[in-house]
Ligand binder design. Structure first.
Ligand code: VG1
Ligand code: CO
Length: 586
């Protein structure tokens, strides 16, 4: 167990984004690239007061290309940095929500887990020519907060060497069990435990939901479901739950074998990339109905991303927008035992660009409501407000983002399969009598709109843009916020233009420059951000929202057409980037 100190130099651009560091796989495989980042992380973890020799370090990933090699590297560097106990997901596989569940289940009771490295670039494509990523989660099971990611980044800018223990054999991560490594003189012992990828997470889901009620729904002869795992890490979890536990036919899960390039696809659950599922559900990429030529359309469809934390929910020929999904789940929280048993839902939160549909539910049902910047790391403090900070108790808690992320305080990450089970719970509660016609996903959403009104919503992504030009476009809007406030554009008057700043109500930390907002007098919103997950280049995100209290049955793209025109003019994307054609619309 000899530690080698390897000389290195800072590598530019190792700043973690919205959710970890993501780059081209080839860049990650370059000399010292992963090592520098991992050493920077260990140094930041130690500087924050953690004694890494006392706890366990969890490691796993979404199975993308380079996952296995990266895991071995992190073990070798972990040993050299003083870590004595490792837990590794079997075959190197762990979904992001499973990581959170494992830290929270095993961490407190057994060999305290101080954190986890998750090897994933989430919804970005994988493979040697595509993206790789790494993120660090803390002992509460949630993504490292900004002060930790900033410290990691600062370390990557000054690093001059890293420590690695090169004389250990490659650890077998394919078989569950222990590997013990001893130093020559026997004075030091290292344990690597390969653990079940699915066990902790599925145990938690079983106590969160009423599985027998969900099974009764799924067993109805008029109900079928299909869950597209898009060859990401979600497959083993979906199969265990849907096929093994809930007893559904094998066809209920598709693309459920994890592949290191996600089968060449783009494991991002939206109408554009989950093409195969979307067609099975009788829709096109705009969410409009298509002719399926007499084929039977399943009653319920869902998809997951590469690391299993995102979800898309579909009914038969019906798309549920993520913002609406969040609002509906919050409205029906009481049908889920996890919430009911704790006296009912108390708090809800959404990221700033997510539509205000959930706000209406919060107001109606008296939940505490929070608006946070994009990214899951901001929700954690709210959920831990009492437990860790001795503040107000906002739990039980539901949170979500427009980007197909939904979750609750059962873990500290968004959780794709949780959202699927939440929807199945809602459907089960709406269908107590199997002899009556099925109340569908569409019925539930339309009933919700009829009660609360509808927040028409769309996100336009412009991917692969020139970074400098995209930045100038954002800078221009930022500089113009004052002059834009009060201006009338088309039929909209801008009540306020600003750059979103978040002050964390729990610890007072401030996050600035979180998105340019145009808040219209009639309550409509137009928002612009640059993505913090793009592996290369820049992605401009344009979010458009318009509320209609009564007129709820329009096609979203038509309802929003006027506001979209205004949005394109406000940013002048044509002038800056030479296009008005988005690459993806969600
Ligand atoms: C995107 C989404 C954001 C999400 C993040 C991580 O970030 O917009 O809502 O939390 O991805 O999701 P950005 O900065 O590219 O807009 V995941 O499933 O990729 O970890
Ligand atoms: Co993800």
């Amino acid at each position: 167990l000899k530690t080698t100190v390897v000389k290195t130099a800072p590598i530019e651009g190792q700043k973690p984004g919205t959710s970890g560091l993501r780059k081209k796989t080839k860049e990650f495989m370059g000399e010292h690239y992963l090592n520098n980042f991992v050493q920077a992380a260990f140094d930041a973890i130690k500087a924050s007061g953690t004694n890494v020799s006392e706890g366990s370090l969890l490691i796993g990933g979404d199975g993308r290309y380079f996952n296995d090699i990266a895991i071995q590297t992190i073990i070798k560097m972990g040993i050299a940095n003083g870590v004595k106990r490792f837990w590794v997901g079997q075959d190197g596989l762990l979904s992001t929500p499973a990581v959170s569940a494992i830290i929270r289940e095993r961490g407190p009771v057994w060999q305290k887990c101080f954190g986890a490295f998750i090897l994933t670039a989430s919804h970005n494509p994988g493979g040697p020519e595509e993206d790789f990523g790494i993120k660090y989660n803390c002992e509460n099971g949630g993504p490292a907060p900004e002060k930790v990611t900033n410290a990691i980044f600062a370390n990557t800018c000054t690093i001059s060497s890293y420590k690695i223990c090169n004389d250990i054999p490659t650890i077998d991560i394919a078989t569950a069990g222990f590997t013990t490594l001893k130093s020559d003189d026997g004075s030091m012992e290292i344990n690597v435990e390969v653990i079940s990828s699915t066990g902790s997470h599925i145990n938690l889901l079983k106590t969160t939901f009423d599985f027998p009620a969900i099974k009764a729904l799924l067993d109805r002869p008029d109900f079928t479901m299909v869950y597209d795992c898009m060859h990401g890490v979600n497959g083993p979890y979906a199969k265990k739950v849907v096929i093994d536990i809930l007893g559904q036919p094998a066809e209920s899960c598709m693309n459920a074998d994890p592949k290191d390039d996600f089968g060449g696809g783009h494991a991002d659950p939206n109408l554009t990339y989950a093409k195969e599922l979307v067609a099975i559900m009788g829709l096109d990429k705009k969410g409009t109905k298509i002719d399926v030529g007499g084929k039977k359309i399943p009653s319920f469809g869902a998809a997951a991303d590469g690391d299993g934390d995102r979800n898309m929910i579909l009914g038969s020929q019906f798309f549920v927008s993520p913002s609406d999904s969040l609002a509906v789940i919050a409205a029906y929280a009481d049908v889920i035992p996890f919430f009911r048993s704790q006296g009912g839902l108390k708090g809800v939160a959404r990221s700033m660009p997510t539509s205000g549909a959930v706000d209406l539910v919060a107001k109606d049902l008296n939940f505490d409501l929070f608006e946070t910047p994009t990214g899951w790391k901001y929700f954690g403090n709210l959920m831990d407000s009492k437990a860790i900070y001795g503040g107000t108790d906002y739990t039980p808690f539901i949170c979500g983002e427009e980007s197909f992320g939904t979750g609750s305080d059962h873990v500290r990450e968004k959780d794709g399969i949780w959202a699927v089970l939440a929807w199945l719970s809602i459907l089960a509660s709406a269908n107590p009598d199997a002899s009556k016609p099925l109340v569908t996903v569409q019925d539930i959403v339309e009933k919700h709109w009829a009660k609360y009104g509808r927040n028409y919503y769309s996100r336009w992504d412009f991917e692969g843009m020139d970074k400098a030009k995209a930045t100038s476009m954002m800078d221009k809007m930022r500089a113009d916020t004052e002059t834009n406030t009060g201006r009338t554009v088309g039929k909209y008057t801008i009540a306020k233009a600003d750059d979103f700043t978040y002050v964390d109500p729990v610890d007072g930390s401030v996050a600035t420059k979180q998105g340019i907002r145009f808040l219209m007098v009639d309550g409509s919103r137009v928002i612009f951000r640059l993505s913090g997950t793009a592996g290369s280049g820049a992605t401009v995100r344009m979010y458009i929202e318009q509320y209609e209290p009564k007129d709820i049955n329009k096609v979203a793209s038509e309802a929003l057409a006027g506001l979209i025109r205004v949005a394109l003019d406000l940013c002048d994307i044509k002038g800056f980037l030479g296009t008005e054609e988005p690459t993806v619309i969600t």
